[in-house]
Design a protein around this ligand. Sequence first.
Ligand SMILES: NC(=O)c1ccc[n+]([C@@H]2O[C@H](COP(=O)([O-])OP(=O)(O)OC[C@H]3O[C@@H](n4cnc5c(N)ncnc54)[C@H](O)[C@@H]3O)[C@@H](O)[C@H]2O)c1
Length: 360
Amino acid sequence: MSTRRIGVIGCGYWGPNLIRNFVEIPDSEVVVVADLRPDRLAFVQGRYRGVYVTQDYRQLFEMGLDAAIIATPPATHHALAYDCLEHGLHVMVEKPLTLKSHDAEELVQLAEQKSRVLMVGHTFEYNAAVLRLKQLIESRELGEVYYIDAARLNLGLFQSDTNALWDLAPHDISIILFLLDSVPVSVRTSGSSCVLKGVHDVVFIHLEFANCISAHIHVSWLDPCKVRRVTVVGSHKMAVYNDVENLEKIKIYDQGVELPESTNSFGEFQCSYRYGDILIPNIRFSEPLRAECQHFLDCINQNVTPRTDGRSGLNVVKIMESAQQSLDHGGAEVAILPTSFTQMPALGAIEFSGVEGSLG
Ligand SMILES: NC(=O)c1ccc[n+]([C@@H]2O[C@H](COP(=O)([O-])OP(=O)(O)OC[C@H]3O[C@@H](n4cnc5c(N)ncnc54)[C@H](O)[C@@H]3O)[C@@H](O)[C@H]2O)c1
C-alpha cells in the first residue's frame, strides 16, 4: 500500500493533534501545512523538518496530495472542503462539518460525484468507552433504552463568534446518534446568555426519537466543575461514561425499578427497587484521534465509507441547526425532517476491540 500524501489546513489549537497523528502513522506522510498565521507555521517548521508550510491553502493543489485535513474554524469548513473535493482530494473535516445543512448536503453530493472519501471528525465515535456503551446497548445488556442524558460543562472558553451549543453539543449529538443508530424527530432547546449579551453560554437540548426514546444534553461554559458525562438508562441496567475519570471511565449499574404486576388499591402499590453490583469494565484505552486518522486512511485505501461520513456530519448539522432555531424561538419544538441523505450509515463493521469486562 503506497503512503498517502496529506496536507493539513489549520494549525491552531486542534490542528497540531491531527498533524502529530498523521506524522506518526506509517501509512501517511504530512507533506504540507497551511495556516493564515505565520506564528503557527513557524511552530510547524520548528517541530517537523521537511514539512512545507504556506499561508495559501491553494498551494496544496500543486503538491500531488491524496487528501486534505481541515481544522479551521467551522465558518470556513464548507468553502475549504468544497475546493479540496473539487481538486480531487479525499477530505477529513473537523466537527461540525458545516454551519448550514444545505452546505453539508452540497459537500456530500460533491464527494459522491467525485468518488472521494468525505469524513467528519466526530472523534468520540472512535473512543473505546463510547464503543463499549454502544456494545452494551446493542447486546441488550441494559434492556430497553429509556433515555440518554449527556453533560459537557466547564468554566470557559468564552467565544463571541459562536455559542456553547455550537462549540460543545456536536460531540454529544454525534455520540447519541451513534449509540441509538437513529436520528431524532424533533428538538427543543432552551438556554441563557449570562455573560455576553446574545451569546448563549448555557444550553439545554431535548431530543425526541421516533421509538419514544428521549435524550437530553446540557452544555455550558459557565459551570464550576468540569463534567464530561453520558448516562444511558435502560430497563435492566444503567451505564455511566465519565470521560473525566482516568481509569474507571464506564460504570455499569445493575440497578432498576420494577412495577408490581397488578394492584387492587393505591395502598398496595409499591415499586420494587433492585440495587445490584456495579461493574467497571477494563477498557484498553488508546488515543481516539489515532483511530480516527487511521480509519480515514483505511477508507481511502479500501474504498469504503467512513463510520463518520459526510451523511453523519450532515445529520449532526441538521440537528444543530434545528436546535438553534428552537433556541431562537424561546424553546419551541422544531421538527427534524429527514432528507434523502439522512439515513444513518451502515455500522455493522464496528469492532469492539480493546474492551474487557472485570469487576471493579
Ligand atoms: N474533535 C475534537 O475533539 C475537536 C477539539 C477542538 C476543536 N475541534 C475543531 O477543530 C476546528 C479548529 O478548532 P481550533 O480550536 O483549532 O481553532 P483555532 O482558531 O485555534 O485554529 C484554527 C486555525 O485555522 C487557521 N485558519 C483559518 N482560516 C484559514 C484558512 N483559510 N487557511 C488556512 N488556515 C486558516 C487559523 O489561522 C487558526 O490558526 C474546529 O472545527 C473545531 O470545532 C475539534
